[in-house]
Design a protein around this ligand. Structure first.
Ligand SMILES: *Cc1c(COP(=O)(O)O)cnc(C)c1O
Length: 443
């Protein structure tokens, strides 16, 4: 057990982390960079302990992955037992119950009471690729529509859907074809103003699909119900239900990429649950398995079962250790009501960020749901010019004070708060005190 307390023994990063980082620079490709080079020795719930004995408060959860907390006893027990039993057979060669059980859980917990089927993979990007494969196969159509500010992964096909050039796409093309991007319903920056965002975005987007792609050529629209890397953009109420209905009316599949927003992160099991939207296919990963690599696509049975045997799969997809961790994660989320806990975290974070918003003109907007909260920073509230340098400076100041923070946004000016759902109120408030200090020191 690690005491849930911040401890700073050395400067951040300390000497041992510094030494390890020299080895990293000499051995790891420069393409794989690190946000905060403290080298982690262990972690539990709201704390990461580094090799110098420093204990940092974790506001990142390894990018929304360790929602049930590092050091979770249910995960440890489930993984240790599974490793001792067997580690791999390849589900496509000789199957096992854990894979089936994870699919049953996903079919049960994802939105909609209709008959569903699931397939498991290793990463979010791999699952998104498979959702695209299934949509094209089922509809017999080619075009896929994604959104400005979207992030769907780093493989070639998903990069074609991901919006941001630096660092993701820069000089990595050419990208897969028949992927189109339309504007996002982004209330804070909608040209016609926030009040008109829902109606205007809906007609702009559907008109554009009609005129530039054609509904009869469009296999699927894929959207993050709360955009992640693109800036925690929450579309206005009514937008997702209207878009899903429009897709249904035109035989276009509606795919929700809930890789970041799913599994209790948003204060409900899935972010589409807030508006009772039922996707044809939902993509999950990140928070699903307490840090073990696992992802899935869950869809209408009539869609998923049109695929011929052997059409979906992979050597490691639905690995038994990852499945055991997923089952323990889901059990924890249910037993400890982590969706409810995410809503409590929302209350605390929004109250604390609201105080900063009253104090500083650079706070453009505080938004998000559950334990997926963001603050967008601007030069001033009139021009809304993105304050990327200030965002970077605050991030650095947080790191130096022992708080692990992440930024995001296509324009690099959004702070995101993604604590483990098992973090204590004390650590959450201490983290927000540090954030306030870092803000004051940087502005
Ligand atoms: C992280 C992320 C992905 C990609 O997942 P990987 O496991 O990194 O491949 C896809 N979609 C969304 C919304 C994500 O946040």
């Amino acid at each position: 057990m690690i005491e849930q307390r911040r401890i700073l023994n050395t400067a951040i990063p300390g000497p041992k982390s510094h030494e390890l980082h020299q080895r990293k620079l000499a051995s790891v490709s420069t393409g794989v960079s690190t946000g905060l080079p403290i080298y982690v020795e262990s972690g539990q719930d709201g704390i990461l302990r580094d090799v110098d004995g420093n204990q940092l408060i974790d506001f990142g959860s390894g990018i929304a992955v360790t929602s049930v907390g590092n050091g979770n006893q249910r995960i440890i027990d489930a993984v240790q037992k599974q490793i001792a039993d067997f580690t791999h057979t390849c589900f496509m060669v000789t199957p096992y119950e854990e894979y089936v059980e994870v699919c049953e859980e996903l079919n049960k917990r994802t939105p909609g009471s209709h008959e569903k089927r699931t397939a498991l993979f290793n990463s979010g990007a791999e699952a998104v690729e498979n959702a695209v494969k299934v949509a094209r196969h089922y509809t017999g159509k080619d075009a896929i529509v994604a959104f400005d500010h979207a992030y769907h992964g780093r493989t070639n096909l998903t990069l074609a859907m991901t919006a941001k050039n630096m660092p993701y796409k820069h000089k990595f093309g050419p990208f897969a074809s028949e992927l189109y991007r339309v504007p996002m319903a982004y209330p804070y920056r909608w040209p016609g103003g926030e009040k008109h965002c829902e109606a205007e975005a809906f007609s702009y987007i559907t008109d554009q699909i009609h005129a530039q792609i054609g509904e009869e050529n469009t296999a699927a629209v894929i959207i993050e119900p709360i955009q992640g890397e693109g800036g925690f953009i929450v579309p206005p109420p009514g937008f997702l239900p209207a878009l899903a209905q429009w897709c249904r009316d035109h035989d276009i599949l509606f795919i929700a990429d809930e890789v970041q927003s799913g599994f209790c992160r948003s204060g409900d099991w899935f972010a589409v649950d807030h508006e009772e939207v039922v996707p044809d296919i939902i993509v999950t990963a990140k928070g699903i398995a307490g840090g073990m690599p696992l992802s899935g696509i869950t869809g209408r049975a009539d869609i998923m079962d049109t695929i011929h045997g052997g059409g979906l799969g992979g050597t490691y997809g639905g690995n038994p250790v990852a499945c055991a961790a997923a089952l323990a994660s889901i059990e924890t989320m249910e037993a400890d009501d982590l969706a409810g806990r995410a809503r409590e975290i929302e209350g605390i974070l929004k109250a604390r960020l609201g105080e900063l918003s009253e104090k500083y003109e650079q706070v453009g907007e505080v938004r998000g749901r559950g334990a997926m909260i963001a603050m967008e920073l601007v030069e001033d509230r009139v021009t809304k010019a993105p304050a990327a340098a200030l965002t970077g400076a605050i991030n650095k100041a947080c790191h130096e004070r022992g708080l692990v923070t992440l930024t995001c946004g296509t324009l690099g000016n959004v702070f995101r708060f993604l604590p483990p759902l098992t973090i204590s109120d004390d650590l959450l408030n201490e983290g927000m005190d540090i954030f306030g200090e870092a803000f004051a020191a940087s502005v």
